[in-house]
Write a protein that binds this ligand. Structure first.
Ligand code: 3NM
Ligand code: MG
Length: 532
């Protein structure tokens, strides 16, 4: 019979690594600073030390942790855990089995298990583990994790195995202040279960200022937990939908014109000029930079980022841009042009989505089908075409999988946050007869996403950006606004007497984007809302 274990706060789980310490700081000094910075649990991990040395280090660590009331966990070694009366042990897949460890240790000892696959999580639960370490989420220099990198988007599949249990979880492997919020955001099971904390070695231990590193990490984890436990997020994706949705979405056009946000677009060579002109017509400022070396600076100044990988010539720029957009809490719109068409496009989309978090993914049926792994729609080059029997179900599933808003463009455009689905019936067949109308749709959505973030900061104060969310604002509203702007403008352009075909339609469309008002958008919008 297992005693009730004292509750451990797994928020910031430090795993030690003496070999990573920078010059001029001792192991104990670094550990002390880390604890002062906000580490909530410590694991002593010694892969090279002899028993005597390990025992000595563990003892000193235990003394320090006791002074600060921080639980101490020993990696691998049951004997050392017993000797120092550690709070717990952490076991790898090739270490002592959980049942044997349990039989040797005092009844209230915490046992954690490193798990790489969903099956290993399942087994750890059956064996009676108290918590699991899920990794490696990213590549890391700290441990050989070759062939074992999960990627942040697959953590949720492991968390599912904890449903219905009280087993806790931490993610590990390459987690740093720069990716922790994104990692937490995406690490969620279909039932909405998130991780209990992050485990970190090098970001704290290799730091010359471990106190500050721990403080930053701890505050990000805390902010995330606060934001995701807020009542509005009880159903993580849901928004009360009402008539005000269309009004709110259309009203963003005024915000665009008031602030003229910089819309950074890495897009394909076919449409660069046209997308830039559409951005200007809406009232925002386009910047079409592609060099990876300026992304850090650029993402501080932008309103939103659009990544359209139509010609995938700037992959490094796309990777860097998205990473820094996440870091600066700017919306990221991803337009995976023709993603199903080639293996290279599929693997690149996966690499991009593993590196940064998209706020909105926009694609046609073939593209969305490919990302959703749907067999229903086979990609046929980059042209749109094909349709789903149940589009709402496909995009809902993709939105939950990728933890973002999904826009499915077509004769009817469908938009979802993973719960509610909005179907928009605006648009004109001429949109299908010019090149780059889908790309302009992405541009419009990115422009409205920038406006939605600015609107939120205006109404809630700049502090909204400090919260544990990746992006301030409701990206569902932004996507609805962007789609309506382009499709309503297309109707107005097509109705003009001077428009005789696709050649005259394109400049007319740019003109109509420029003349658009929120009132016109709201009055012409033909929308349906399906809530589950
Ligand atoms: N375990 P850093 S990855 C100790 O995948 C450890 O189980 C891993 O170090 C696993 O925070 C890892 O420096 C190293 O990347 C994590
Ligand atoms: Mg081990």
């Amino acid at each position: 019979c297992k005693a009730i274990t004292p509750g451990i706060d797994y928020s910031l789980y430090l795993v030690t690594g003496r070999e990573l310490l920078p010059e001029g700081i001792t192991y104990i000094e670094s550990l002390k600073q880390a604890i002062e910075g906000g580490v909530t649990v410590v694991q002593v991990r010694e892969k090279k030390a002899d028993t005597g040395e390990f025992l000595q280090i563990a003892r000193e660590s235990k003394e320090l942790c006791d002074q600060h009331n921080i639980p101490l966990i020993v990696n691998d070694r049951i004997d050392i855990a017993l000797a120092i009366r550690a709070t717990g042990v952490h076991l790898g897949q090739t270490d002592m089995p959980v049942a044997v460890a349990r039989s040797l240790l005092p009844p209230d000892t915490i046992i954690g298990v490193s798990c790489n696959t969903p099956e290993q999580v399942e087994k750890a639960v059956q064996d009676g583990a108290d918590y699991v370490g899920l990794g490696a989420v990213y590549g890391t220099q700290t441990k050989d994790v070759s062939g074992k990198i999960i990627g942040p988007r697959k953590v949720g599949l492991r968390l599912e195995k904890l449903d219905g249990t009280n087993v806790k979880s931490v993610v590990i492997g390459g987690i740093k202040t720069s990716n922790v919020l994104r990692t937490l955001h995406v690490s969620v099971s279909t039932s909405g279960r998130t991780v209990d904390g992050v485990a970190v070695v090098s970001d704290i231990v290799a730091s010359k200022t471990p106190r500050e590193s721990a403080r930053t990490l701890a505050s990000l984890v805390k902010a995330f937990k606060l934001a995701s436990s807020a009542p509005a997020l009880a159903r993580p994706f849901s928004r009360q939908l009402s008539d005000s949705l269309l009004h709110d979405a259309a009203a963003l056009l005024d915000v665009v014109r008031k602030h003229s946000p910089l819309i950074h677009q890495i897009t394909n060579t076919v449409v660069t000029n046209q997308s830039a002109n559409a951005t200007l017509a809406l009232g925002a400022s386009p910047i079409m930079a592609t060099s990876p070396y300026e992304m850090e600076d650029l993402q501080k100044a932008t309103g939103a980022l659009l990544i359209n990988f139509g010609t995938i010539t700037d992959k490094e720029g796309m990777l860097q841009a998205g990473k820094f957009a996440n870091l600066n809490k700017k919306p990221v719109v991803f337009d995976p042009v023709g993603v199903g068409a080639t293996a290279y496009r599929r693997s690149t989309a996966s690499e991009l989505l593993n590196t940064w978090q998209a706020s909105i993914i926009k694609g046609n049926a073939a593209e969305i089908g490919a990302l959703a792994d749907s067999v229903e729609v086979q990609a046929k080059g980059v042209d749109s075409g094909g349709s789903f029997k149940d589009p709402a179900a496909v995009i809902r599933q993709l939105a939950r999988k990728e933890r973002c808003v999904v826009v499915l463009s077509g004769v009817v455009d469908y938009i979802t946050n993973g719960e509610d689905v909005v179907a928009l019936h605006n648009g004109h067949p001429l949109l299908g007869q010019i090149t780059g109308s889908g790309c302009m749709l992405g541009t419009a959505v990115a422009t409205f996403a920038a406006a939605e973030r600015l609107r939120t900061l205006e109404s809630e104060g700049k502090g909204a950006d400090e919260e544990g969310k990746l992006v301030s604002g409701d990206m569902l509203v932004a996507a609805v606004g962007g789609v309506l702007a382009l499709t309503v403008a297309s109707e107005l352009a097509a109705a003009r007497e001077d428009v005789k075909g696709s050649g005259t339609f394109l400049p007319a469309l740019i003109d109509e984007l420029g003349k658009l008002t929120p009132e016109v958008i709201a009055s012409r919008a033909k929308a349906e809302v399906f809530s589950p």
